[in-house]
Design a protein around this ligand. Structure first.
Ligand SMILES: [Zn+2]
Length: 98
């Protein structure tokens, strides 16, 4: 679900907090509060993005580790088959899945 929250000063409904403090007319406290709020919203957004980015990186690392594990087992299987050694259960399973 997505929703949009529109905040505006009742006295200056056209004031956009992205214009910054210099664009505030007559030191209006509502408009000042809007700028603060907009900055908070930006901070929260950035934090959420960072968190998403971090978990994506974690996932990538996890997948890479899994792939390395499979590759390592595969190498061991190849060597063991070549040398006529007996395979462990997980190695047999890997061989069967190929
Ligand atoms: Zn205002």
């Amino acid at each position: 679900m997505a929703f949009k929250l529109v905040l505006a000063c009742p006295r200056h409904p056209k004031y956009d907090p992205r214009k910054g403090l210099d664009a505030i007319v007559g030191g209006c406290p509502n408009c000042f509060a809007l700028v603060d709020l907009a900055l908070d919203v930006e901070r929260v957004k950035r934090k959420m993005e960072q968190r998403m980015f971090t978990s994506l990186k974690d996932l990538e690392r996890h997948e890479q580790k899994q792939a390395e594990k499979v590759l390592e087992t595969a190498r061991r299987v190849v060597r063991k088959v070549r040398e006529g050694e007996e395979l462990e259960l997980d190695e047999q399973r890997l061989l069967n899945s190929i």
